[in-house]
Design a protein around this ligand. Structure first.
Ligand code: FUB
Length: 325
C-alpha cells in the first residue's frame, strides 16, 4: 500500500530537483537543487538551470509534512562561484555537516565546492575555493563502513564531463560516440577534513554482462549524470541517469571504485527531461527520492521532489519502478 505522501510533490512552495536524501539523527533531510521560474529557453548545455541558492528540506518521518528550512547557501556568498548552483549532496563527518555542490567558477567551468555547518539545514559556510582538481557536476558523497569518504560525480553535455578527456579543460573536445567506450562517472576520495581530494580523479568503468565496457551508442545503459552510491549486503551499487533516454539504471561492484557491472533499470522516465535520484534505507526499508515536473505541468526547469518505495531482493536486484502506476 502506498503512503499518503508517496509519488506526490513533497513541497509546493518552491521548485526543487535532484534530491539527495539522508537520515541524520532519526530525521529525513533532503538536499535538492532549488529551481527558479524564468523564460530562458532550454538548450543542450542546460542554460535553463540557473539556480542561485540552496534550501534544505526536512521531514520528521515519511508520513510527515515536508518543511523548507530557508536559505542555506547563496551563490553570492561563495567567492569562486559565478552561477548555476546545480545538484548538491551532504555528508555528516567530524561532528559537522558538509554540503558538497557544483557550480560554475568565474571562467564558466563547473567545479565542486564544499561548505560546512553545525546544523543539517545550514546556514553553510563555504570554503574559500573549489576543491582543487575537481570538475563537472552532480557530486554524490558516500562514506564507507571504514570511514573513508568518496565523491562520485560528473555529467555529460552541459555538465562538461567530455571536455576533460585530455586531462585539461577543452570546450571543443569531441564527444565519445558510436563504438567509442562511454565515459563513466568520476571517482575521488575526500580528505578526512573535506578540504581536498586525496586520490587522483578517475573515470569509473561500467561494463556489460560480458565484462565489456559500455559503449557510447548504448544510450539505454551508459552513464550520463546524477550518480548515487548505496551499499547493500556488502556490495556497492552505483545508480545513475542515462540522460538522453531518461532512465535511472544501476551497476554493481565489489569495491567502491569498481569495476561496475551493469545490472538493470531502476526507474522508467518521469515527466520532464531530467531524472535524478538518491537511494536510502529508512527504518529497514529502502526508498528512492527523485523528481519530475508535475508541479509545473511539465516545465523542464521547474521540478518537484518526490519519493517512493524501492523493492530490493536479497541478492540486491532492484525492481523497476513505473512512476505513474
Ligand atoms: O539540476 C541541474 C541538472 O539537471 C543536474 O545537475 C542534473 O543531474 C539534472 O538533474
Amino acid at each position: 500500500m502506498k503512503r499518503e505522501n508517496e509519488r506526490k510533490p513533497l513541497i509546493k512552495t518552491l521548485y526543487t530537483a535532484d534530491p539527495s536524501a539522508h537520515v541524520f539523527d532519526g530525521k529525513i533531510y533532503i538536499y535538492p537543487s532549488h529551481d527558479v521560474e524564468h523564460d530562458v529557453p532550454d538548450d543542450d548545455d542546460g542554460e535553463q538551470y540557473i539556480m542561485e541558492d540552496y534550501h534544505i528540506l526536512s521531514m520528521d518521518s515519511l508520513d510527515s509534512e515536508c518543511v523548507d528550512n530557508g536559505l542555506a547557501l547563496s551563490q553570492n556568498d561563495i567567492p569562486w562561484v559565478s552561477r548555476q548552483m546545480w545538484a548538491p549532496d551532504a555528508v555528516y563527518k567530524n561532528g559537522k555537516y558538509y554540503l558538497v555542490f557544483p557550480a560554475k567558477d568565474k571562467d564558466g567551468i563547473f567545479r565542486i565546492g564544499v561548505a560546512e555547518s553545525d546544523s543539517p539545514v545550514g546556514p553553510f559556510r563555504p570554503q574559500a575555493d573549489f576543491i582543487k582538481g575537481s570538475y563537472s557536476i552532480d557530486p554524490a558523497v558516500f562514506t564507507d563502513d571504514d570511514g573513508r569518504t568518496y565523491c562520485y560525480y560528473g555529467g555529460l553535455w552541459g555538465g562538461q564531463l567530455e571536455m576533460w578527456q585530455s586531462g585539461a579543460f577543452n570546450p571543443d573536445e569531441k564527444r565519445p560516440s558510436g563504438d567509442d567506450n562511454a565515459l563513466g562517472p568520476m571517482f575521488s576520495e575526500f580528505s578526512n577534513d573535506m578540504t581536498e581530494f586525496v586520490s587522483e580523479p578517475r573515470h569509473l568503468l561500467i561494463t556489460d554482462e560480458n565484462g565489456e565496457p559500455l559503449k557510447a551508442k548504448d544510450e539505454e545503459r551508459r552513464y550520463f549524470e546524477g550518480p548515487w552510491m548505496h551499499k547493500y549486503n556488502g556490495k556497492y551499487y552505483l545508480s545513475y541517469s542515462t540522460g538522453t533516454t531518461h532512465f535511472i539504471c544501476y551497476a554493481e561492484a565489489d569495491k567502491p571504485g569498481g569495476p561496475f557491472r551493469y545490472k538493470g533499470r531502476i526507474m522508467e522516465p518521469v515527466l520532464g527531461w531530467t531524472t535524478h535520484h538518491s537511494i536510502l534505507e529508512i527504518d529497514g526499508e529502502w526508498y528512492i527520492f527523485y523528481h519530475d515536473c508535475e508541479l509545473s505541468g511539465g516545465i523542464t526547469h521547474e521540478r518537484c521532489v518526490k519519493y517512493t518505495k524501492l523493492n530490493i531482493d536479497k541478492d540486491g536486484n532492484i525492481e523497476t519502478i513505473h512512476p505513474y502506476d
